[in-house]
Design a protein around this ligand. Structure first.
Ligand code: IPE
Ligand code: MG
Length: 231
């Protein structure tokens, strides 16, 4: 979700105004995904690197998380959304951690959209924490090194019970991954748009989905093989 700051600057507003509008765009996209029956949505809200931003901006973002979570959680719950946070939450305030835990517990049994908020998340962090957890189990004698394969590794990632992402969307014009789900996007289709996040609405989501629907996904096969698989 990129482009909040530029959206604000273009309007001579403080960057934080862009983040506030970004929350509105986020609400729309969550609704759009739920309405379309999309199984899972993972939003990159705050990266491990974002702590390096000006202190005021970081603290506004943290306040926004807390406020948005409080304000939105009952509507999400009523709509059957299962909400989880992925990332290292130990750096958050006790209040925010508590709110996160409550929201997760409240929606844990919901069977609608699986919504992940990646906060203090980094793809490299995720891979590292998985490696550490597996190493720990090996050290304890609970796991043998030979049993560490792709499936086993995936079970240790923060996205362990989710499907692999089909589509990766980045707004704001940059064409890079910026340490989002690195392992998980191995075969994801990538969609980059210059639209700034606060402007990203359902028509943009629809455009991304239509483009995705027109792509042939080969997963390493030849085009002919892939066609046969779908025949
Ligand atoms: C993305 O918008 C939001 C967060 C990282 C929380 P930016 O704040 O990166 O917006 P730009 O890139 O400065 O426009
Ligand atoms: Mg940015």
């Amino acid at each position: 979700m990129d482009g909040n700051g530029r959206w604000a600057r273009a309007r001579h507003l403080p960057r934080t105004a862009g983040h506030k509008r970004g929350v509105e765009a986020t609400r729309g996209v969550i609704r759009g995904c739920a309405r379309r029956g999309i199984e899972a949505l993972t939003l990159f809200a705050f990266s491990s690197e974002n702590w390096r931003r000006p202190r005021e901006e970081v603290s506004t973002l943290m306040d926004l998380f807390l406020v948005a979570l409080r304000r939105e959680i009952s509507a999400l719950h009523e709509n059957g959304v299962r909400l989880r946070f992925i990332g290292d939450r130990s750096a958050f305030s006790a209040r925010l951690r508590e709110q996160i835990e409550q929201a997760e517990a409240l929606t844990a049994e919901n069977t609608g959209l699986k919504l992940q908020i990646a906060a203090n998340y980094g793809g490299q962090w995720d891979i590292l924490q998985a490696a550490r957890a597996l190493a720990q189990r090996v050290a304890e004698g609970a796991l043998s090194v030979d049993d560490i394969d792709e499936a086993c590794f995936e079970q240790a990632l923060s996205t362990h019970d989710l499907p692999q992402p089909d589509l990766f969307i980045r707004t704001g014009g940059e064409q890079r991954i910026s340490n989002f789900l690195l392992w998980q996007i191995a075969y994801a289709e990538l969609w980059f748009t210059p639209v700034l996040w606060p402007d990203f609405d359902d028509t943009h989501l629809q455009a991304a989905l239509e483009d995705f629907a027109g792509r042939q996904r080969r997963f390493g096969l030849t085009g002919e093989q892939a066609e046969q698989q779908h025949a």
